[in-house]
Design a protein around this ligand. Structure first.
Ligand SMILES: Cc1ncc(C[n+]2csc(CCOP(=O)(O)OP(=O)(O)O)c2C)c(N)n1
Length: 329
Protein backbone atom coordinates (compact mmCIF):
# COMPACT_ATOMS: atom_id res chain seq x y z
CA UNK A 1 0.00 0.00 0.00
CA UNK A 2 1.39 3.36 -1.04
CA UNK A 3 0.09 5.12 2.07
CA UNK A 4 1.64 2.65 4.51
CA UNK A 5 4.37 3.83 6.87
CA UNK A 6 7.94 3.13 5.74
CA UNK A 7 9.63 0.22 7.48
CA UNK A 8 12.51 1.10 9.78
CA UNK A 9 14.91 -0.06 7.06
CA UNK A 10 13.24 2.23 4.51
CA UNK A 11 13.27 5.13 6.95
CA UNK A 12 16.96 4.63 7.60
CA UNK A 13 17.65 4.59 3.84
CA UNK A 14 15.70 7.84 3.45
CA UNK A 15 17.71 9.38 6.29
CA UNK A 16 21.03 8.30 4.79
CA UNK A 17 20.22 9.76 1.40
CA UNK A 18 19.00 13.04 2.88
CA UNK A 19 22.12 13.28 5.00
CA UNK A 20 24.36 12.63 2.00
CA UNK A 21 22.70 15.50 0.14
CA UNK A 22 23.01 17.75 3.21
CA UNK A 23 26.67 17.00 3.87
CA UNK A 24 27.64 17.31 0.19
CA UNK A 25 25.99 20.71 0.05
CA UNK A 26 27.45 21.93 3.33
CA UNK A 27 30.84 21.20 1.82
CA UNK A 28 29.87 23.02 -1.37
CA UNK A 29 28.71 25.97 0.70
CA UNK A 30 32.11 26.13 2.41
CA UNK A 31 34.00 25.81 -0.88
CA UNK A 32 31.81 28.45 -2.52
CA UNK A 33 32.51 30.84 0.37
CA UNK A 34 36.23 30.14 0.09
CA UNK A 35 36.13 30.92 -3.63
CA UNK A 36 37.22 27.41 -4.59
CA UNK A 37 34.46 26.69 -7.12
CA UNK A 38 34.59 27.91 -10.72
CA UNK A 39 30.87 28.76 -10.90
CA UNK A 40 27.74 29.56 -8.92
CA UNK A 41 25.92 26.96 -6.82
CA UNK A 42 22.23 27.00 -5.90
CA UNK A 43 21.88 24.89 -2.79
CA UNK A 44 19.04 22.55 -1.85
CA UNK A 45 19.59 22.69 1.92
CA UNK A 46 16.22 22.31 3.65
CA UNK A 47 14.51 20.64 0.68
CA UNK A 48 16.22 17.23 0.87
CA UNK A 49 13.04 15.38 1.90
CA UNK A 50 11.40 16.10 -1.45
CA UNK A 51 13.93 14.63 -3.88
CA UNK A 52 14.63 11.78 -1.47
CA UNK A 53 11.01 10.86 -0.74
CA UNK A 54 10.09 10.88 -4.43
CA UNK A 55 13.16 9.12 -5.83
CA UNK A 56 12.90 6.36 -3.23
CA UNK A 57 9.72 5.33 -5.09
CA UNK A 58 11.40 5.13 -8.49
CA UNK A 59 13.14 2.33 -10.34
CA UNK A 60 16.66 2.83 -11.59
CA UNK A 61 15.51 3.29 -15.19
CA UNK A 62 12.73 5.75 -14.35
CA UNK A 63 13.53 9.28 -15.42
CA UNK A 64 13.70 12.64 -13.68
CA UNK A 65 14.20 16.20 -14.77
CA UNK A 66 15.63 18.72 -12.37
CA UNK A 67 16.25 22.44 -11.99
CA UNK A 68 19.12 24.87 -11.44
CA UNK A 69 18.93 23.63 -7.80
CA UNK A 70 19.69 20.10 -8.89
CA UNK A 71 22.32 18.45 -6.67
CA UNK A 72 19.69 16.87 -4.41
CA UNK A 73 17.77 15.35 -7.31
CA UNK A 74 20.97 13.95 -8.82
CA UNK A 75 22.05 12.28 -5.57
CA UNK A 76 18.55 11.11 -4.64
CA UNK A 77 18.23 9.31 -7.99
CA UNK A 78 21.49 7.47 -7.40
CA UNK A 79 23.98 9.79 -9.08
CA UNK A 80 27.63 9.27 -8.13
CA UNK A 81 28.83 11.82 -5.50
CA UNK A 82 32.40 11.83 -6.87
CA UNK A 83 31.31 12.46 -10.45
CA UNK A 84 28.95 15.21 -9.28
CA UNK A 85 31.59 16.91 -7.18
CA UNK A 86 34.13 16.76 -10.01
CA UNK A 87 31.52 18.24 -12.37
CA UNK A 88 30.90 21.16 -10.02
CA UNK A 89 34.67 21.69 -9.73
CA UNK A 90 34.84 21.83 -13.55
CA UNK A 91 36.98 18.71 -13.93
CA UNK A 92 37.38 16.20 -16.74
CA UNK A 93 36.24 13.37 -14.46
CA UNK A 94 32.91 15.11 -13.86
CA UNK A 95 29.69 13.38 -14.82
CA UNK A 96 29.48 15.63 -17.92
CA UNK A 97 33.28 15.83 -18.31
CA UNK A 98 33.23 19.17 -16.50
CA UNK A 99 31.45 20.85 -19.41
CA UNK A 100 28.12 21.43 -17.65
CA UNK A 101 28.89 22.37 -14.06
CA UNK A 102 26.47 22.59 -11.15
CA UNK A 103 23.41 23.51 -13.20
CA UNK A 104 23.72 20.65 -15.68
CA UNK A 105 24.51 17.50 -13.72
CA UNK A 106 23.02 14.60 -15.69
CA UNK A 107 23.46 10.84 -15.95
CA UNK A 108 21.23 9.23 -18.55
CA UNK A 109 22.31 5.75 -17.40
CA UNK A 110 20.47 6.45 -14.13
CA UNK A 111 17.51 8.19 -15.75
CA UNK A 112 18.79 11.60 -14.62
CA UNK A 113 17.89 13.68 -17.67
CA UNK A 114 19.57 16.69 -16.22
CA UNK A 115 19.55 19.72 -14.03
CA UNK A 116 18.61 22.75 -16.10
CA UNK A 117 19.51 26.43 -16.00
CA UNK A 118 16.31 27.31 -17.86
CA UNK A 119 13.53 27.80 -15.33
CA UNK A 120 10.72 25.46 -16.39
CA UNK A 121 13.05 23.73 -18.85
CA UNK A 122 12.34 20.31 -17.38
CA UNK A 123 8.58 20.23 -18.02
CA UNK A 124 8.69 19.47 -21.72
CA UNK A 125 11.63 17.09 -21.37
CA UNK A 126 9.83 15.02 -18.72
CA UNK A 127 6.57 15.11 -20.64
CA UNK A 128 8.37 13.97 -23.80
CA UNK A 129 10.14 11.22 -21.85
CA UNK A 130 6.79 10.05 -20.48
CA UNK A 131 5.31 10.06 -23.98
CA UNK A 132 8.25 8.02 -25.30
CA UNK A 133 7.77 5.55 -22.49
CA UNK A 134 4.07 5.20 -23.25
CA UNK A 135 4.70 4.70 -26.98
CA UNK A 136 7.39 2.07 -26.38
CA UNK A 137 5.51 0.35 -23.51
CA UNK A 138 8.70 0.22 -21.46
CA UNK A 139 6.93 0.95 -18.15
CA UNK A 140 9.31 3.73 -17.20
CA UNK A 141 7.81 6.77 -15.60
CA UNK A 142 9.07 10.35 -15.63
CA UNK A 143 9.14 12.88 -12.80
CA UNK A 144 9.57 16.62 -13.27
CA UNK A 145 10.85 18.50 -10.23
CA UNK A 146 10.28 22.25 -10.45
CA UNK A 147 9.99 25.34 -8.27
CA UNK A 148 7.00 27.57 -7.56
CA UNK A 149 8.57 30.18 -9.86
CA UNK A 150 8.69 27.68 -12.72
CA UNK A 151 4.97 26.99 -12.25
CA UNK A 152 4.41 30.47 -13.75
CA UNK A 153 5.96 29.42 -17.05
CA UNK A 154 3.44 28.68 -19.83
CA UNK A 155 4.97 25.29 -20.58
CA UNK A 156 3.65 24.06 -17.22
CA UNK A 157 0.13 24.39 -18.63
CA UNK A 158 1.14 22.62 -21.87
CA UNK A 159 2.56 19.71 -19.89
CA UNK A 160 -0.54 19.48 -17.71
CA UNK A 161 -2.73 19.51 -20.80
CA UNK A 162 -1.10 16.83 -22.95
CA UNK A 163 -0.06 14.58 -20.08
CA UNK A 164 -3.62 14.50 -18.78
CA UNK A 165 -5.18 14.10 -22.22
CA UNK A 166 -2.82 11.29 -23.26
CA UNK A 167 -2.61 9.69 -19.79
CA UNK A 168 1.15 9.91 -19.71
CA UNK A 169 3.19 8.21 -16.94
CA UNK A 170 4.29 11.52 -15.42
CA UNK A 171 4.55 12.90 -11.90
CA UNK A 172 4.85 16.67 -11.51
CA UNK A 173 6.50 17.70 -8.25
CA UNK A 174 6.33 21.38 -7.33
CA UNK A 175 8.82 22.35 -4.64
CA UNK A 176 7.13 25.40 -3.20
CA UNK A 177 10.07 26.99 -1.36
CA UNK A 178 8.36 30.40 -1.34
CA UNK A 179 10.85 32.40 -3.40
CA UNK A 180 11.87 33.06 -6.99
CA UNK A 181 15.34 34.48 -6.76
CA UNK A 182 14.83 37.51 -4.49
CA UNK A 183 11.05 37.79 -4.90
CA UNK A 184 8.51 36.20 -2.54
CA UNK A 185 6.27 33.81 -4.41
CA UNK A 186 3.13 35.64 -3.24
CA UNK A 187 4.19 38.74 -5.22
CA UNK A 188 4.26 36.93 -8.56
CA UNK A 189 1.90 33.97 -8.24
CA UNK A 190 -1.84 34.26 -8.60
CA UNK A 191 -4.05 31.81 -6.71
CA UNK A 192 -2.90 28.36 -5.65
CA UNK A 193 -0.56 26.42 -7.94
CA UNK A 194 -2.37 23.18 -7.12
CA UNK A 195 -5.58 24.60 -8.67
CA UNK A 196 -3.82 24.77 -12.03
CA UNK A 197 -3.32 20.99 -11.94
CA UNK A 198 -6.90 20.42 -10.74
CA UNK A 199 -8.18 22.35 -13.76
CA UNK A 200 -6.62 19.70 -15.99
CA UNK A 201 -8.15 16.89 -13.88
CA UNK A 202 -4.92 15.60 -12.37
CA UNK A 203 -5.13 13.95 -8.94
CA UNK A 204 -3.30 16.28 -6.57
CA UNK A 205 -1.77 16.22 -3.14
CA UNK A 206 -0.33 19.05 -1.11
CA UNK A 207 2.15 17.84 1.48
CA UNK A 208 4.60 19.08 4.07
CA UNK A 209 7.78 19.04 2.00
CA UNK A 210 9.92 18.96 5.12
CA UNK A 211 8.42 15.62 6.15
CA UNK A 212 10.05 12.86 4.13
CA UNK A 213 7.39 10.33 5.11
CA UNK A 214 4.58 12.56 3.82
CA UNK A 215 6.43 13.08 0.54
CA UNK A 216 7.25 9.36 0.25
CA UNK A 217 3.60 8.44 0.78
CA UNK A 218 2.25 10.94 -1.77
CA UNK A 219 4.91 9.92 -4.28
CA UNK A 220 4.10 6.24 -3.78
CA UNK A 221 0.50 6.81 -4.87
CA UNK A 222 1.45 9.01 -7.81
CA UNK A 223 4.11 6.61 -9.06
CA UNK A 224 1.82 3.57 -8.78
CA UNK A 225 -0.90 5.40 -10.68
CA UNK A 226 1.52 6.35 -13.46
CA UNK A 227 2.85 2.78 -13.58
CA UNK A 228 -0.71 1.43 -13.94
CA UNK A 229 -1.16 3.62 -17.01
CA UNK A 230 -3.76 5.86 -15.37
CA UNK A 231 -1.94 9.10 -16.14
CA UNK A 232 -0.15 11.97 -14.45
CA UNK A 233 -0.39 13.27 -10.88
CA UNK A 234 0.63 16.51 -9.25
CA UNK A 235 2.32 16.89 -5.88
CA UNK A 236 2.95 20.24 -4.22
CA UNK A 237 5.54 20.01 -1.46
CA UNK A 238 5.50 23.03 0.83
CA UNK A 239 8.98 23.94 1.99
CA UNK A 240 11.37 26.85 2.45
CA UNK A 241 14.64 27.87 0.85
CA UNK A 242 17.10 28.14 3.77
CA UNK A 243 20.13 29.33 1.79
CA UNK A 244 20.22 32.33 -0.49
CA UNK A 245 19.04 31.91 -4.06
CA UNK A 246 22.67 31.22 -4.89
CA UNK A 247 25.79 31.27 -2.75
CA UNK A 248 26.88 34.67 -4.08
CA UNK A 249 23.57 36.21 -3.03
CA UNK A 250 25.06 38.96 -0.85
CA UNK A 251 26.99 40.32 -3.83
CA UNK A 252 23.79 40.53 -5.84
CA UNK A 253 21.78 42.16 -3.09
CA UNK A 254 24.37 44.84 -2.20
CA UNK A 255 22.84 45.25 1.25
CA UNK A 256 19.22 44.95 0.11
CA UNK A 257 16.94 42.33 1.63
CA UNK A 258 13.81 40.45 0.70
CA UNK A 259 13.12 38.39 3.83
CA UNK A 260 13.65 38.51 7.57
CA UNK A 261 16.30 36.46 9.38
CA UNK A 262 13.69 35.47 11.97
CA UNK A 263 11.67 33.74 9.25
CA UNK A 264 14.68 31.66 8.23
CA UNK A 265 15.26 30.71 11.87
CA UNK A 266 11.62 29.64 12.22
CA UNK A 267 12.02 27.30 9.27
CA UNK A 268 15.29 25.89 10.59
CA UNK A 269 13.20 24.42 13.41
CA UNK A 270 11.45 22.28 10.79
CA UNK A 271 14.72 20.92 9.40
CA UNK A 272 13.75 17.80 7.42
CA UNK A 273 16.98 15.94 8.22
CA UNK A 274 16.67 16.53 11.95
CA UNK A 275 13.00 15.52 11.84
CA UNK A 276 13.71 12.13 10.33
CA UNK A 277 16.63 11.67 12.75
CA UNK A 278 14.29 12.26 15.69
CA UNK A 279 11.79 9.86 14.16
CA UNK A 280 14.45 7.18 13.92
CA UNK A 281 15.54 7.76 17.51
CA UNK A 282 12.01 7.51 18.80
CA UNK A 283 11.48 4.28 16.88
CA UNK A 284 14.46 2.63 18.54
CA UNK A 285 17.58 3.69 16.60
CA UNK A 286 20.59 4.38 18.80
CA UNK A 287 22.45 7.68 18.76
CA UNK A 288 25.77 5.89 18.08
CA UNK A 289 24.37 4.12 14.99
CA UNK A 290 23.25 7.44 13.54
CA UNK A 291 26.61 8.99 14.34
CA UNK A 292 28.30 6.13 12.50
CA UNK A 293 26.14 6.84 9.42
CA UNK A 294 27.17 10.49 9.59
CA UNK A 295 30.84 9.58 9.86
CA UNK A 296 30.59 7.26 6.86
CA UNK A 297 28.84 9.96 4.82
CA UNK A 298 31.50 12.46 5.89
CA UNK A 299 34.11 10.14 4.40
CA UNK A 300 32.14 9.86 1.15
CA UNK A 301 32.04 13.64 0.89
CA UNK A 302 35.72 13.97 1.68
CA UNK A 303 36.60 11.35 -0.94
CA UNK A 304 34.44 13.16 -3.50
CA UNK A 305 36.25 16.44 -2.84
CA UNK A 306 39.68 14.79 -2.97
CA UNK A 307 38.73 13.11 -6.25
CA UNK A 308 37.57 16.44 -7.69
CA UNK A 309 40.65 18.31 -6.53
CA UNK A 310 43.03 15.69 -7.90
CA UNK A 311 41.34 15.56 -11.31
CA UNK A 312 42.44 17.47 -14.40
CA UNK A 313 40.49 20.55 -15.48
CA UNK A 314 37.85 20.15 -18.18
CA UNK A 315 39.14 20.23 -21.73
CA UNK A 316 37.43 23.07 -23.68
CA UNK A 317 38.32 21.28 -26.94
CA UNK A 318 35.80 18.61 -25.96
CA UNK A 319 33.02 21.09 -26.67
CA UNK A 320 33.39 20.20 -30.34
CA UNK A 321 32.89 16.49 -29.64
CA UNK A 322 30.20 16.75 -27.02
CA UNK A 323 27.81 19.26 -28.51
CA UNK A 324 26.43 17.04 -31.26
CA UNK A 325 26.34 13.28 -31.66
CA UNK A 326 29.20 12.04 -33.89
CA UNK A 327 30.37 15.55 -34.72
CA UNK A 328 34.07 16.39 -34.81
CA UNK A 329 35.51 19.86 -35.29
C1 LIG B 1 13.55 31.02 -18.45
C2 LIG B 1 14.30 31.64 -17.31
N1 LIG B 1 13.86 32.81 -16.80
C3 LIG B 1 14.51 33.38 -15.76
C4 LIG B 1 15.64 32.79 -15.25
C5 LIG B 1 16.37 33.44 -14.06
N2 LIG B 1 16.07 32.67 -12.85
C6 LIG B 1 16.94 31.74 -12.39
S1 LIG B 1 16.36 30.95 -11.04
C7 LIG B 1 14.95 31.86 -11.03
C8 LIG B 1 13.90 31.64 -9.96
C9 LIG B 1 13.30 30.28 -10.01
O1 LIG B 1 12.42 30.12 -8.95
P1 LIG B 1 11.79 28.72 -8.66
O2 LIG B 1 11.34 28.07 -9.93
O3 LIG B 1 10.77 28.89 -7.60
O4 LIG B 1 13.01 27.84 -8.12
P2 LIG B 1 13.89 28.05 -6.81
O5 LIG B 1 15.07 28.91 -7.19
O6 LIG B 1 13.03 28.67 -5.78
O7 LIG B 1 14.33 26.68 -6.45
C10 LIG B 1 14.92 32.76 -12.08
C11 LIG B 1 13.82 33.69 -12.36
C12 LIG B 1 16.09 31.59 -15.84
N3 LIG B 1 17.17 30.97 -15.38
N4 LIG B 1 15.38 31.02 -16.84
Amino acid sequence: MATAEPTSQQLRALYERMLLIRRMEERLRADAAAGNLPGAVHLYIGQEAIATGVCARLRENDMITSTHRGHGHFLAKGGDPKAMMAEIWGKKTGICKGMGGSMHVADFSKGILGANGIVGGGFAIATGAALASKLTHDERIAVAFFGDGAANQGVFMESLNVSSLWKLPLVLVCEHNQFSEFTPSADITSGEIVDRARAFKLPTSVVDGNDVVAVWQAAGEAVERARRGEGPSFIEAKTYRIQGHLEAEDLFLQGGKYREKAEIEEWRKRDPVERVRQRLLSSGAREEELKAIDTRIGQTVEQAVEFAQASEPADPELAFDLMFVDQKA
